[in-house]
Write a protein that binds this ligand. Sequence first.
Ligand code: GAP
Length: 442
Amino acid sequence: MAEKDLMDKLVSLCKRRGFIFQSSEIYGGTGSVWDYGPLGIELKKNIKDRWWSAMVHQRDDIEGLDAAILMHPKVWEASGHVEGFTDPLVECKHCKHRYRQDQLEEAQCGRKPSVRPGEHPDCDLSEPRLFNLMFRTFMGPVEDAAHQIYLRPETAQGIYVNFLNVQGAARQKVPFGIAQIGKAFRNEITPGNFIFRTREFEQAEMQFFVEPGTDEEWFEYWMEARWKWHVSLGIREEKLRFEEHGPNELAHYAKKAFDIEYEFSFGWKEFEGIHNRTDFDLSRHQEYSGRRLQYIDTGSGKRFIPYVIETSVGVDRTLLVVLADAYHEEEVEGEERVVLRLQPSLAPTKVAVFPLVKKDGLPEIAEKLHRELRAAAVPSFYDASGSIGRRYRRQDEAGTPWCVTVDGQTNEDGTVTIRDRDSLAQIREPLEGVLPWIRERL
Ligand code: GAP
């Protein structure tokens, strides 16, 4: 498979199987916004559940939060986003296309995609100007500057403004963290690569509050923990790497930052950032709100503004990594098959149940098994249409780890076949053994 085709193939598989659709497609689509279909939403939920389990449920020192998207506009002044969350934008005065100045090398000319902006004789590029990436809207019926608010460009600020609320209510002691998953919005100048860079996306962020002076060791700790989490999703380790931000790449709030990158078909790209944000955010919120945001250690009596180690992963980007890593094309008995080798715990559908033929009572047995699996909260899919080969192929593309077939022998000895998506091995199990067999493997 030519690597550069992979993204196109994924886009069409995602549409065909109901993972991801273009937003408002019947109106010609909305720029770089995507909708998750029946399988996509399950995969996304499974990824988020794994993150929440690792970051909140399995730990005593991290609390969960779900802060609102709309926040007081001063939050974004304090955070530095009003002033500093900008990209340099260049406009072609001729064709009106806009580009990020720092991405001109990779961009395509709006008139002639085979050349770069500036290379076509008609190109007339403007001087760069700073473009703020925050979406603006108005709170209430009056549309003036006093009522202007923003759609949050990161979820982290909801955590900072609630730092003392959570710490007090949960009686946590530093070091401890606050985690949340939620939507974020950025009016990206050059979105693209399917769900990689979009204008509406989801982040899973955790801010870990530590005593100043211990921040560097906690940074190391979180780098290792987050790497292991990605590997635990089944992502091939050789496709992952750390990349440190150079002094000119650091965000306005960061003292040190490492990205976790994945090798996509369009190059090595970041999908998680680990940042040492020092006491920048809490200090700024203390200054702008006039409220003390100090932590008081009840044991030692020490007072300080904690440093923050942030782990920030894009949910949509992780989903793209999971899909790209799971996508395989191979030949089986002279026929090509496309298979998503998703880890069973991530797969949207865990099992598909088929009657081999639509007679001899086989559909009734298969449907009964399917209902029993569903009643036991195992996502099961019943399919009686098309040849058995086609039914297998559909499930391979959906990443379903096991297919159960009810056949003639079921009527004789009460057994069914279970076919493994990856090895293609088929075994026979008694009907009543199917549920425990699957549970054991999940
Ligand atoms: N709170 C820190 C922060 O937001 P970031 O590096 O700007 O840091 C963190 O974003 C993660 O959010 C990225 O690694 C990426 O996975 C995701 N992300 C950022 N912008 C995105 C976009 N336009 N589309 C999809 N995901 C995005």
